[in-house]
Design a binder for this molecule. Structure first.
Ligand code: NAI
Ligand code: MG
Length: 355
């Protein structure tokens, strides 16, 4: 297969971890006989410094001419006092909106070699294998917030039927390709938008007779996520609930440096990025854990290019390196073979070449 990938390294450890992911993708391309073309472009603070904009026109054009986007991270203290339009994070929000990436997908999977890194008890974290699907372009974060005056404020939570249908369908498809269970999380006992959400889920489920559906209130879901996370397969929810629950879910696996994510739309186009930020405290020190970026690249292969076997090969290679006890310094439970970012990538590539 021949594919074009836009690579947006961004700020802080972003360039280090995306370089790692690109190396792994080059190795996979060789092994499977694919050709990947690369379009490197700026986003975030790096783009502000060069052009004054966190998402320059050239970057949007590079992404439009690509089959998928691989992103590092944006932000850092250097730009913290910039005006709103020149904040690095604005680049990320704009790109999601521009490409209508309405589904944010975060797998939460316990890594056997890292169970000791999770604050949860081992018997709770072990064998967790779930995906959180968060609606990303609607709801409270895109309502029109209006400050009434100094003593009151308002945010609006709007969802249309069409917005709910497309995210719910995405989640049903995902559940169908996994263990066939979908948990829809809402607050239908108080919120009107949640009542509509629940109604739409009930309607759509007729099209997926092979998927078992349950509804759960968000407060109960927050509790269950850390008391019995194994009970979940695919969890779908609206924007703000998804923001909160996906951060909560991330503690299960121990380190931010392990968590990949995808922001996708129905035709398969997507933006793939690690969940973590730009980690200014360790940037440029060859210490960052590149696993999240590498696993994001694997998600890209699977979800945007349909390369299932290639994706699994990468995931297995990362797990093998960890099981051999090698890891970057953020993983307290890895044994004592702490290695650098570059060395970790070399190890992953050695595994890829061996398999
Ligand atoms: P962060 O995720 O960058 O870092 C939190 C802590 O985790 C730090 O101690 C960091 O060293 C560590 N860490 C993160 N990723 C790691 C990795 N791959 N390997 C080893 N250690 C890792 O979050 P923080 O510090 O709150 O934010 C730093 C900057 O990143 C801010 O400007 C923030 O706005 C931005 N940010 C950007 C995101 C994005 O681009 N998607 C997401 C979250 C934050
Ligand atoms: Mg968040």
């Amino acid at each position: 297969m021949e594919k074009t990938i836009a690579v947006l390294p961004g700020d802080g450890i972003g360039p280090e971890v995306t370089e790692a992911a690109v190396k792994v993708l080059r190795s996979i391309a060789m092994r499977y006989g694919h050709t990947f073309h690369w379009k490197f472009a700026d986003i975030g603070g790096a783009a502000v410094d060069k052009t004054g904009s966190p998402l320059p026109k050239e970057t949007v054009e590079a992404c439009e001419a690509s089959d998928a986007i691989l992103l590092g991270a944006v932000g850092g203290p250097k730009w913290d006092n910039n005006p709103a339009q020149q904040r690095p994070e604005k680049g990320l929000l704009s790109i999601r909106k521009h490409f209508d990436l309405f589904a944010n997908v975060r797998p939460v999977k316990a890594v056997p070699a890292l169970l000791g890194s999770s604050p949860l008890k081992e018997e709770i974290a072990r064998d967790v294998d779930m995906v959180i699907v968060r609606e990303l372009t609607g709801g409270l974060y895109f309502g029109e917030p209006k400050r009434h005056n100094e003593s009151s404020a308002v945010d609006t939570l709007v969802y249309t039927r069409a917005e709910i249908e497309r995210i719910v369908d995405q989640a049903f498809e995902m559940a169908r390709s996994r263990r066939g269970k979908l948990t829809s999380v809402d607050k239908a006992n108080v919120l009107e938008s949640s009542k509509l959400w629940r109604k739409v889920v009930e309607e759509r489920k007729a099209g997926y007779p092979d998927v078992e559906v349950e509804h759960m209130l968000v407060d109960a879901a927050a509790m269950k996520l850390i008391t019995n996370p194994k009970a979940f397969d695919v969890l779908v929810t609206e924007n703000m609930f998804g923001d909160i629950l996906s951060d909560e879910g991330s503690v299960i696996t121990g380190s931010l440096g392990m968590l990949p994510s995808a922001s996708i739309r129905a035709d398969g186009f997507g933006l793939y990025e690690p969940v973590h930020g730009s980690a200014p405290d360790i940037a440029g020190q060859n210490k960052a854990n590149p696993s999240a970026a590498i696993l994001s690249a694997a998600m890209m292969l699977r979800q945007s290019f349909g390369m299932d076997s290639e994706a699994s090969t990468i995931e297995d290679a990362v797990m093998s390196v960890l099981e051999d006890g090698y890891c970057t310094g953020d993983l307290s439970a890895c044994g004592n073979k702490v290695i650098s970012t570059e060395r970790f990538v070399e190890k992953v590539i050695e595994e890829l070449e061996r398999e």
